[in-house]
Ligand binder design. Structure first.
Ligand code: TRP
Length: 345
């Protein structure tokens, strides 16, 4: 090892994260990601991207892509992202993402890429028919982060491996070109309540927008009646009433998940929820959980609908965000080109 790693990265702290414009956002996205995005903007420079380039790695649909991009932007704003504080923009509107992806492709190793479990899951049995873009998805994600020299990345637990790859790519670039600390090695921000919200129908599977059963998730756009109904129908078990302690949640994944949702919404921990509801039946707990969820989500739903009715406002936010993001990325990309040694006049 050279002494590359002995000096800490000295650049400013910067937060970057992204959400794909595919399908409606749900409670898991809100508690696992968006709520954290909002908290971070209070004391960090933050970029929040709608990753439409990632969306076209599978089944691009030109008829709906732009509208889905606006929907994620509306959800960002409705959840409390303030476009004065945070930079909210679409990935495809800043050219640095695609350009840096190519340079980083030439730094990334096939062996690293072939270990990515999300590609294996998404490509399924017939990986030969998957797009090259789907395989390259993690490098595009690394480019998203490194084009801004972001140092902190709030993501779900399922993105941990991609973040580790980003660190490997950044480190290899720094070493290959002998530019110690040019790119930071970004840190994932994963932990905390709400980091992993599971399906309401199977406590061992993540809540997901691609689950065929709509009853498995609470969508941000669901109205109060739908929320109440979904919690009522949420799977529990036959092991009796609510336990009194966290130890009693062991081997009860569905109950554990509902308690976790309550705790994340109420801003407390699971034990506090069990102290209140331990020994009570689901007939008491589920309506209380539904009320809490409705109280939290209905203002978001209303704001989201209002934004979606005002396309001009969303488009203004995205355009302004793209210009601000580009201003950060441009000098970094100038340096990258110089470091690689391209001809220039
Ligand atoms: N792959 C991420 C996800 O599915 C989305 C994403 C793309 C992202 N680029 C990113 C997240 C950069 C964090 C940073 O959740």
């Amino acid at each position: 090892m050279t002494d590359h790693q002995t000096q800490p990265y000295a650049g400013p702290e910067r937060v970057f994260s992204g959400v794909q414009p595919t399908g409606a956002l749900h409670l898991g996205n809100y508690l696992g990601a968006l709520k954290k995005f909002v908290a971070l903007q209070e004391d960090h420079e933050c970029l929040y991207c709608v990753v439409d380039l990632h969306a076209i790695t599978v089944n691009p649909d030109p008829a709906t892509l732009a509208q889905q991009t606006r929907e994620i932007a509306a959800a960002y704003l409705a959840c409390g992202l303030d476009p004065e504080k945070s930079i909210v923009f679409a990935q495809s509107s800043v050219p640095a993402h695609t350009e840096l992806t190519w340079y980083l492709n030439c730094v990334s190793r096939m062996g690293w890429m072939e270990r990515m479990t999300q590609f294996k899951d998404k490509a399924g049995k017939d990986a030969q028919r998957a797009s090259v873009g789907l395989f390259d998805y993690p490098v595009l994600m690394a480019a998203d982060i490194l084009a801004y020299k972001a140092t902190h990345v709030p993501v779900g637990d399922d993105q941990k491996q991609h973040l580790e790859l980003t660190r490997d790519i950044a480190d290899k670039f720094n070493r290959d070109f002998d530019t110690p600390n040019f790119f930071p090695l970004p840190e994932p921000l994963i932990k905390g309540p709400g980091a992993r919200i599971m399906s309401l129908k199977d406590g061992t599977k993540k809540m997901s927008k691609s689950d065929p059963s709509d009853l498995s998730r609470i969508n941000l756009i669901d109205d109060a009646d739908a929320i109440v109904k979904k919690f009522k129908k949420a799977k529990t078990d036959v092991l009796g009433d609510m336990p009194e302690t966290e130890a009693g949640l062991k081997d009860r994944p569905e109950v554990d998940n509902l308690v976790g949702i309550y705790a994340a919404l109420a801003g407390t921990d699971k034990q506090a929820v069990l102290t209140e509801y331990g020994g009570k039946g689901f007939g008491t707990f589920k309506p209380a959980l539904a009320d809490l969820a409705v109280a939290h989500l209905s203002p978001i739903t209303t704001r989201m609908r209002n934004y979606l009715d005002d396309r001009g406002e969303i488009d203004r936010v995205l355009k302004d965000g793209a210009a601000r993001a580009d201003t950060i990325a441009r000098p970094i990309m100038d340096d990258v080109r110089k470091i690689i040694g391209f001809w220039r006049s």
